[in-house]
Ligand binder design. Sequence first.
Ligand code: SAM
Length: 473
Amino acid sequence: MTAPVPIPPLFLDRMSRLLGGEFPAFAAALEGEPVGGLRVNTLKLSAADFGKISPFPLGDAIPWCPSAFIFPLSSFSPGLHPYHLAGLYYLQDPSAMSPAALLDPQPGDRVLDLAAAPGGKTTHLAALMQGGGLLVANEIKDKRVGHLAMNVERWGAGNVVVANETPERLADHFGPYFDRVLVDAPCSGEGMFRKDMGARLDWSPEMVAGCAVRQRNILRVAGKLVRPGGALLYSTCTFAPEENEGVIAEFLREFPEFDVEALPLFEGFERGRPEWLEEKSEKQKAKNKKQKAQESLAGAMRLFPHRVSGEGHFVCLLKRKGAPGADRAGDERMPEMDRARRGLWAAFAADALAADFAADRLKVRGERLYFIPEEMPDFGTLRVVHPGVWFGNFKKERFEPAHPLVLFLRRGQAQHPLNLEPGSPALAAYLRGETLPSGGPAGWTLVTVDGWPLGWGKRVQGVVKNHFPRGWM
Ligand code: SAM
């Protein structure tokens, strides 16, 4: 348990001025229990089917995200359950499920998640895209991109490229390439005050002002990545108007080719509050009043913890006018397997797998074999952490499968798997990294929990050696 930290009084004063009569309910909600959410991985199973096997009682379905349920945060440890390791669900604040749902990506789209770590919205976008098209999950910070890669891996989507780039370098390379871009911006985190004591500690008016500058810079670059006719969704988990309506107002002044698209309101959702910007200086007020675009900011959406089951959020959808033009980025140029490697892969696949993968999507990077998205541009010199699903490595005389291949496999896609029951001593031993006694053919064996792919083992003389990654134990 983290020790409670008082909510910053300057923040409360300001919210009291902005919210007026609503403030007492808001302030009481901020001191209440945070609400959790569990979003089912619909790439692997439906929400209804998860409901039948869920080891924990689930709350109500979340209206704006039909694949998710309200979930009591304190009573269980769902992050430690083997179903979590098998990628059957993601734990996420219900409000944070609104951006991907409202961006509404389609299976054939080219989608960019510009600020993606740790990957909550990436996994949601990937599920909505049903594995089709291209989803670039980008994170600027080296330290955070590993966590993103791990969550993408767990999710088992076949259309995700994990990149570690600046927005500027992406825009220089791609230009207006993407059908949909999500900017889930770094923010002052006021919406997380209920569950994150660190956010309360870090907050200051100067921090809010600094975040607004950074957000304006990020959004300005993000606009250049959206194709004419495409959509840009901006979201934050903060209440500060200068980080929300203020950022959008400035963006619209600079990019008149974008309009705010009014979002549908689910129960408890509130409209954007352009009038909150009037709190600014007289000079700024006069400037703002000239801006007609300001009115359209009411098409944005605000989530407040006293009105919805979830934390604080802001979401605004921007549509770019016009028709798509020619692409700047050409097709990918990753090499295919040579004859010898094709043989090694085919031998492994024949022994261990019961699945076919499109040959033209199997590409090589160094020693690694990747399964790339069906739509794959050239990334040039951009820093790509994973250009798709890492299937494994070519060693001298053999192919060695990697963990992401496990999570990409569906039930029934392996030969002679070793199935372990949840709660069994054998499963606990496997997750501790121990070997397991098991008869059957020698070689790579998929270890499953209740039939859900969980990790690799290698059977040698009646013993399955453990290949579950140490970092996941
Ligand atoms: N979308 C993520 C999710 O749902 O799990 C959360 C993203 S978090 C709110 C914002 C991210 O923006 C952080 O991972 C942070 O490292 C990244 N970021 C920080 N500065 C940035 C910048 N200048 N440009 C792009 N991203 C930045």
